[in-house]
Design a protein around this ligand. Structure first.
Ligand SMILES: Nc1nc2c(ncn2[C@@H]2O[C@H](COP(=O)(O)OP(=O)(O)O)[C@@H](O)[C@H]2O)c(=O)[nH]1
Ligand SMILES: [Mg+2]
Length: 358
């Protein structure tokens, strides 16, 4: 799963990207500011940390997300617009978009369009995305119209007519400046539209890159109907560069309760509708990523196809119950360990031991 950081030039995308990537131990080279950068990031998970302390396994494996840092989009000129478009394929191939917009004041950093207006920055980018989607929808409608004029088997014709109806509805929504995420209502429709990779259909959130002095103040949880996280990219980057042991003191000095980096990664994970189930043991403690609503046998397949094929039962305990009981023995004694079948819908934080035979 890939998350793209997008926004106007100089909004703090690369600074945030470095903070997100470096805290996990990756080294990032940002020397080519006009190039996209990609990093694999561990999804912070306190449950896995605690379980690892109990089991002391040889290996602890966190869930992962990919982050993509794209060059800034300067939409104020024709040349800038055209340049931005060269990066749109990368956006389409991403699963989620994070709008990074500037809210910090600085004499040193030139402000995009000579203004610090995060709301307008989000609006401008959003409008451009709606345009791109509208283009695609209009093209598709023209193609469908052409194909409907030709003879075709009735089933094929019905399918085209249904798609036409849907595309017309999307067209109306986009013309009214409504993102497709609001216009597409069912999972079936979303599936049908997947191959178009519409930009305004992707999960999105806003990062408001604040000045240090703003951090203590209350801010909006939403910006232009998108969930909003406030942070200072620069401070997150400073935190990331410290050895982990020194981070809490530095953060306490600044009055920051938790790392915004962790909050951001977890928020992305949640907006992608991903959940983790956990496996434990002396060899490895691990968080496995599955889409919310995955059944037990599909989750088993995530580990190994043999486990899915020979599935007998999923021995399952919720993390909170396990933690309250202290260990597996305690959890069993408290009646918290369940034997679930293939169709059980795995919950976030389930600790699972799959029983299987092949
Ligand atoms: N004062 C301040 N400057 C920042 C902050 N975040 C980024 N900058 C500066 O803004 C400039 C552009 O940042 P960069 O991350 O390269 O922006 P990008 O173009 O969006 O990738 C750099 O000089 C950063 O040091 C911040 O939170 N506060
Ligand atoms: Mg950059």
């Amino acid at each position: 799963m890939k998350v793209a950081l997008i926004g106007p030039p100089q909004s703090g995308k690369s600074t945030l990207f470095a903070a997100v990537a470096e805290a996990g131990g990756s080294h990032v080279d940002l020397s080519r500011g006009d190039q996209p950068h990609l990093a694999v990031v561990k999804v912070p998970d306190e449950r896995l940390v605690w379980l690892s302390e109990q089991f002391k396994p040889k290996k602890t494996t966190f869930a992962e997300l990919q982050f993509l840092d794209l060059p800034g989009f300067d939409l104020s000129s024709e040349a800038g617009r055209n340049h931005a478009k060269t990066h749109w394929a990368a956006m389409r191939q991403s699963d989620m978009l994070v709008f990074v917009v500037r809210s910090f004041a600085s004499d040193q950093v030139a402000a995009y369009r000579d203004r610090v207006e995060p709301r307008s920055d989000v609006d401008e980018l959003r409008a451009e995305m709606l345009f791109a989607d509208l283009d695609q929808v209009t093209n598709r409608i023209e193609k469908l119209e052409a194909s409907l004029k030709k003879p075709a088997p009735p089933a094929k014709r019905d399918e085209s007519l249904r798609e036409m109806e849907l595309m017309k509805r999307l067209q109306t929504a986009l013309e009214q400046e409504q993102p497709l995420s609001q216009a597409v209502t069912s999972e079936a429709e979303a599936k049908l539209l997947r191959s178009f990779a519409f930009l305004s259909l992707k999960p999105a959130l806003v990062v408001l890159n604040c000045g240090e002095e703003e951090l203590g103040q209350a801010g909006p949880d939403e910006l232009q109907h998108l969930p909003c996280i406030r942070l200072s990219a620069r401070i997150e980057e400073e935190i990331a560069q410290l050895p982990p042991a020194e981070r809490p003191e530095f953060m306490a000095d600044l009055g920051i309760a938790d790392s915004a980096r962790d909050r951001l990664i977890r928020a992305c994970y949640e907006h992608l509708k991903l959940v983790s189930f956990l496996t434990v043991g002396e060899d490895e403690c691990r968080a496995w990523t599955i889409p919310a609503g995955t059944d037990a046998v599909t989750a088993a397949h995530e580990i190994h196809s043999d486990i899915a094929r020979g599935f007998i039962r999923a021995e399952t305990v919720a993390y909170d119950d396990y933690r309250a009981a202290g260990d597996m023995k305690g959890a069993k004694a408290a009646g918290k360990v369940r034997l679930e079948g293939k169709t059980y819908l795995v919950q976030d934080g389930d600790i699972i031991n799959f029983r299987f035979a092949i």
